[in-house]
Design a protein around this ligand. Structure first.
Ligand SMILES: Cc1cc2nc3c(=O)[nH]c(=O)nc-3n(C[C@H](O)[C@H](O)[C@H](O)COP(=O)(O)OP(=O)(O)OC[C@H]3O[C@@H](n4cnc5c(N)ncnc54)[C@H](O)[C@@H]3O)c2cc1C
Length: 461
């Protein structure tokens, strides 16, 4: 592609800003990032309370966050945040240690079996499912892997592996098929409680590309990264270091693609580009309750885009930031495994205490209120349930200081995954001078989205 190509990037979150960085690294400097809100970072949102930043969105990373590491290097920053610490409570608020055999004498046989299955699972992923952890979902439905290795060098890899088709199965079925059902007890912590849905509905491809074996073990060992100034800081810094800063408060009214050009109407002015990279949600149809625009509301969407993007679903994941009285402040963060089952939809699954040295801070709570086969729980009901749960946990809130329900983890279900949804969308890259990136194309975390942008630039620019 011509290095002077005029490239429009929609969205100033991790996907959009890292697309800018990787374009710049390849010598493309004629790019423009359009961000509709008044800040960058998207779902990395780190507001300030009592002079310190807390997390309303993304919290942590792992050592294999290579794209995030690229950003850190580019900006000269590092993951310098507070150590994560957590414990477990049951639904009645009693502290438990579910993985400690001495504390769970009756569960010893199950724990031993789980350990065995974990070992087997690690071996199966390395052998039977070789190629499972490649970023993005290209080729999976056809039993192929194609992309870049999950290593700091990210060398290109590709091959055939018909077993990869199993990744379309819901994760619970995938585990059953491989005789490793009990590993779900480990994977669930950083999956369902992090808002990514339930194992009987979400294809294994999403679960395992995000929580590849190594990453999951990093969660188990709490070998995790955080950022003192919050995850938003990573993207603020990137924006500062880019040659072209994101244009904030950009309301895109129209995108028209014709005659090999892309015309974008921003804040009433028509701008002409050669290519467009969309990292904003591709979902169709229409505007959602939270004001998130559907792609069909401002794009001249084509039939194939309409057909494919109307298949996208997403999670309803709610976050509250609450104050407590000092005597009610939790001493640490807690996971509530009992509430990570669909029968307890809408209940508190995890709550996070960020700073160990102070009680003058907010605690953030996390709940999911949608399962594909169940009635969605209204926002206000879920909020009430979570606040009640905090009382049950003996850490009642005295005040809610911040809250949001966010368009979270866009994904498709097993039928579409198996029918090659991803290969169809990948085949459309550049078809309308348009590239599709952001969460749906890989997975809803900072690194997978940034990594996908890296690969997209590598493949097409
Ligand atoms: C509560 C919570 C906890 C999380 N925890 C973690 C974690 O611990 N670790 C981790 O790695 N990830 C975590 N994530 C996920 C991570 O934040 C996201 O996956 C990541 O931010 C996705 O990046 P993105 O750029 O694709 O999308 P987003 O972050 O959603 O950014 C999209 C950007 O596009 C803008 N935009 C949307 N529509 C338009 C439009 N029409 N015009 C212009 N701009 C538009 C938005 O305003 C936004 O700035 C968490 C997210 C949440 C909400």
């Amino acid at each position: 592609m011509d290095k002077n190509a005029r490239i429009c990037i929609i969205g100033g979150g991790p996907a959009g800003l890292s697309a800018g960085m990787y374009l710049e690294k390849k010598g493309y400097e004629n790019y423009t990032v359009l961000e509709r809100s008044d800040r960058v970072g998207g779902k990395c949102w780190s507001p300030t309370y009592n002079g310190r930043r807390y997390e309303m969105g993304a919290i942590m990373g792992v050592p294999s966050y290579y794209a995030v590491h690229d950003v850190e290097e580019f900006c000269g920053i590092t993951h310098d945040g507070p150590q994560l610490n957590r414990n477990y409570k049951n639904a009645q608020g009693k502290v438990i240690e579910p993985f400690e055999p001495k504390k769970n004498l009756l569960k010893i046989p199950r724990l031993l079996k789980m350990k065995k299955q974990l070992k087997l699972f690690g071996e199966l992923l390395e052998t039977k499912y070789k190629g499972y952890d490649i970023n993005g979902h290209r080729g999976v439905a056809e039993g192929r892997y194609e992309g870049f290795a999950v290593t700091p060098e990210r060398e290109p890899v590709s091959g055939t592996n018909p077993n990869l088709k199993d990744l379309a199965l819901p994760f619970s079925e995938f585990c059953k098929k491989n005789g490793v059902e009990l590993v779900q007890d480990i994977w669930i912590g950083p999956f369902t409680s992090f808002g990514y849905g339930y194992f009987d509905e979400i294809p294994a491809g999403y679960v395992l590309k995000y929580l590849d074996f190594q990453t999951c073990m990093n969660f188990v060992k709490i070998n995790l990264w955080t950022w003192k100034e919050g995850t938003q800081y990573i993207w603020e810094q990137l924006n500062e270091h880019l040659k072209n800063k994101a244009r904030l408060n950009s309301t895109i009214e129209k995108v028209e693609r014709r005659d090999g050009k892309v015309y974008v109407t921003v804040n009433g002015q028509v701008e002409e580009y050669d290519k467009i990279i969309v990292t904003a949600p591709l979902h169709i149809p229409g505007t959602r309750a939270d004001g998130q625009k559907g792609m069909d509301e401002y794009f001249d969407v084509r039939d194939d885009e309409k057909e494919l993007f109307s298949r996208i679903d997403y999670e309803r994941y709610d976050v509250l930031a609450v104050e407590t009285l000092p005597e009610d402040h939790p001493e640490i963060s807690y996971y509530v495994f009992d509430n990570m089952v669909k029968e307890r939809l809408g209940h508190l699954m995890v709550y996070y205490r960020r700073w160990r040295d102070s009680k003058e801070q907010v605690i953030t709570t996390y709940a999911l209120r949608k399962h594909k086969n169940m009635k969605e729980i209204p926002y206000e009901d879920c909020r009430r349930m979570v606040l009640n749960d905090l009382k049950t946990m003996k850490n009642p809130a005295s005040k809610v200081v911040n809250e949001w329900s966010v368009y979270y983890f866009p994904h498709v279900f097993s039928v579409d995954y198996a029918n090659g949804w991803y290969d169809k969308v990948e085949a459309m890259q550049d078809k309308y001078d348009t590239f599709y990136a952001g969460e749906i194309m890989s997975f809803g975390d900072m690194d997978e989205t940034a990594e996908y942008s890296r690969e997209l630039i590598e493949r097409f620019f």
